[in-house]
Structures are given as structure tokens and as C-alpha cells.
Design a protein around this ligand. Structure first.
Ligand SMILES: Cc1ncc(COP(=O)(O)O)c(C=O)c1O
Length: 377
């Protein structure tokens, strides 16, 4: 298999751990181990400390799959398969589902694996674009038109990376109907689920409403545990999950045992974990709103409805890549320019899942002032 570089990962790999102000991450401020273990019961703490560090069961520990199942209304253990992060799940699912004769429809801009891995299987891929001018709202009719007789997979990701947009319920239902009419699988990348800024915006999981629906989840985002590398697929199609399990034997084989137990502790305490994430997100959103009000006219700010990221644009003739480079060099501020999504706009991804956002934003503002970005300035 040949696959192009993952632009976002290559870019962030070089900067994430070296720059002073990382202001584009999509994860929530990671738990410290002692902070997470403080949530554990005495039995769970003992389970963690006495853990045998051998191989674990290939689909994931039973108790963990039971707990993941509780995030859904129709899933039990056999409907859950775990992976090394959401990333491995995407890679394996696409390889199992798609081949050269197939067609996939993917909502875009997107986390690159969602279209690139699909393409690397030899399948043809149609992108359905979200537009800033439409407040990143999905054009359901455009998605319907992209579907052909060969469409085997439709891929959506709401809450969305990089815009923080989500779907209204009617559009969500329409997408499910489009998939059902086409007899296509519907992969719903739901890694930002549970971080809706208003809980009423939470959509059903696709696996709960569609027989060929596949929900993708992970510990990295709303559960603030990216370093555990635990993700999962949930589907009623157990034969499909079985094929993914066979493929996984060639990739990670099984999860890291400590990560499984720590995930279990977090999921059993999910209300507290999610409340912690939302507290960080909501406080940072206030700071961001103030910033974009102060800079009105310079930035287009479609306020995100969910998750930890947004995709504003700058109203300037200076190319966004040049701005991003200068901010890294002079202020040590890392934003993620749209080009890393293959997107031509003057947009950039900003992340607000970390407690350092106010300081990082102050450094960003200093850089924007230095560069004379203020419209008319
Ligand atoms: C939409 C989306 N899907 C999947 C992933 C992969 O998640 P993980 O890195 O936890 O495997 C990410 C990570 O940023 C993402 O934003």
C-alpha cells in the first residue's frame, strides 16, 4: 500500500512538543496518572497495581467493552471492538470494507485518514465540501448527489474536525436515510461526541440507529486520555467487526494492558471526566469569544458548537502559511494552517481544549499585532 504523508501529523510532529504555545491541539488537556487514579475505587486501584503486563485479549478486555457499550443504547460487548486509538480503527475498517471497485463519499475538510486511507485501498473517493459561508453546515443534497451505485461507504464526522460544527437532527436523519437507500455503510467518526457545548446538540450514535452504521469512538478527546491510545468501533454488524478483528492481528494484535484498565476507570467515572473537559472548553470559549469580538473584521469566527477546535479565517492578503511560520518563529505559537487539510482558504485550526489557551492566545494576539493583521491596521 502506498499512502501520501499525513500532512497534519507531519506538521504537528515537528512542533507539538517543542513550541512554547501549542494552540491547535484537538485533545483535551490530558489527565495526569495520579489525577485519574484518584477517581478509582480501591478495587480498581489494586487491579491497576497488580496488573500482569502480558498480552491482553485481542478484541479488548470484556469489562472495558461492556463499559464502552454503555455509551450506546443498543450495544453490548459483542458489538464493540477496541483498537490502538481511533486512527487504527479507521485504517483497519477502510481496508476491510473497501477495494478498487468501490466508491466512498467523505465529508470534507476532514481528518486526513478519513479520505486518504479510503483512497489508498484503491477505492474512488468523492469529497462533499463544507463551506464557511454556510457556517460549515452540511449540504445534505450535495451528499445525496455524490452517492452512486458503487458507493459502499459514506463517512461523516460530527462534531467536526476542524470546524467544530455539528449536524441538526433533521440533517443527521437524512444522512442515515441516504445511506440506507444506497445500502451503504455509514462510518460516523464520533470522537468528539460528549463534548457538545450544549448537551441538547448531541446526536444519536449512528450504530444505535442504522443497521449498517459504524460508530467510531476514542479516549483521546472528550475523555482527555489521548496517551492511552484506546479507540473503538461499535456496530450491529458483528460479521464486519469479526473481519476487522482478523485484520487487527496484523497490526497491533491487542491493546496495552495498563491503558485498558485506565480507560475502564475513566469510563466508569465518565460524568466527572466529561464535566472536567467541558469546564476547560467552556472557560476557553469565553476567552476566544472576547478575542474575536476585539478583532472583529479581521477574523471570520463561526463559533463552534462542539468539541475542542474551530477553523476561523483571516481577512488579509498575507498567506496563512506565512503567518503560521512567522508566529512559530517569533512568538513560539503553533496554529494549524488550512493547507494541512489540503484546504485553500485563509483558515487555520485553533484548539481550546487545554488550560494554557489564555496565555497562548495572548502570544497569538501579540504576533497578530506585530504582523499588522488587523484589518485596516
Ligand atoms: C476526527 C478525528 N478522527 C480520528 C482521530 C484519531 O484519534 P486518535 O489520535 O485518538 O487515534 C482524530 C484525532 O485528532 C480526529 O480528529
Amino acid at each position: 500500500m502506498r499512502i501520501p504523508d499525513f500532512e497534519l501529523e507531519r506538521y504537528l510532529n515537528a512542533l507539538e512538543f517543542s513550541a512554547t504555545h501549542y494552540v491547535c491541539g484537538s485533545d483535551v488537556e490530558g489527565y495526569r496518572l495520579d489525577e485519574l487514579l484518584a477517581l478509582a475505587s480501591t478495587e480498581e486501584r489494586t487491579q491497576f497495581e497488580k496488573l500482569s503486563l502480558g498480552y491482553t485479549t485481542a478484541p479488548g478486555m470484556d469489562a472495558l467493552r461492556d463499559e464502552i457499550g454503555k455509551l450506546y443504547t443498543t450495544a453490548s460487548r459483542e458489538h464493540v471492538l477496541t483498537f490502538a486509538g481511533a486512527e487504527e480503527a479507521i485504517f483497519i475498517l477502510m481496508n476491510v470494507l473497501l477495494s478498487a471497485d468501490d466508491h466512498a463519499v467523505v465529508v470534507w475538510p476532514a481528518y486526513q485518514s478519513l479520505h486518504e486511507v479510503a483512497r489508498a485501498t484503491g477505492a474512488s473517493v468523492s469529497l462533499v465540501e463544507l463551506h464557511e459561508s454556510a457556517a460549515w453546515k452540511l449540504d445534505v443534497e450535495a451528499l445525496r448527489s455524490a452517492v452512486t451505485a458503487k458507493t459502499r461507504l459514506i463517512v461523516i464526522n460530527f462534531p467536526h474536525n476542524p470546524t467544530g460544527a455539528t449536524l441538526d437532527r433533521a440533517s443527521f436523519d437524512a444522512v442515515v436515510e441516504i445511506a440506507r437507500d444506497a445500502g451503504a455503510y455509514l462510518l460516523s467518526d464520533e470522537v468528539y461526541r460528549f463534548s457538545e457545548h450544549d448537551e441538547r446538540d448531541r446526536l444519536p450514535a449512528v450504530a444505535d440507529v442504522y443497521e449498517r452504521g459504524i460508530s467510531l469512538g476514542v479516549m483521546s478527546k472528550s475523555f482527555a486520555l489521548a496517551g492511552l491510545r484506546i479507540g473503538w468501533l461499535v456496530s450491529n454488524d458483528t460479521a464486519l467487526l469479526e473481519r476487522c478483528a482478523s485484520f487487527k492481528d496484523y497490526v497491533s494484535i491487542c491493546n496495552s494492558a495498563p491503558s485498558e484498565v485506565l480507560s475502564l476507570i475513566a469510563l466508569r467515572n465518565r460524568e466527572k471526566v466529561i464535566a472536567r473537559s467541558l469546564e476547560i472548553i467552556r472557560a476557553n470559549l469565553v476567552v476566544l469569544d472576547e478575542f474575536f469580538t476585539r478583532w472583529e473584521g479581521t477574523f471570520a469566527w463561526v463559533k463552534p458548537r462542539a468539541g475542542t477546535i474551530a477553523f476561523p479565517s483571516i481577512n488579509t492578503h498575507m498567506p496563512i502559511d506565512k503567518i503560521a511560520r512567522s508566529l512559530v518563529e517569533q512568538e513560539g505559537v503553533v496554529i494549524l494552517p488550512a493547507s494541512r487539510f489540503g484546504h485553500p482558504g485563509a483558515n487555520f485550526r485553533i484548539g481550546f481544549g487545554r488550560r494554557t489557551l489564555p496565555t497562548a492566545l495572548a502570544a497569538f494576539e501579540k504576533g497578530a499585532t506585530r504582523l499588522g493583521l488587523r484589518t485596516g491596521g
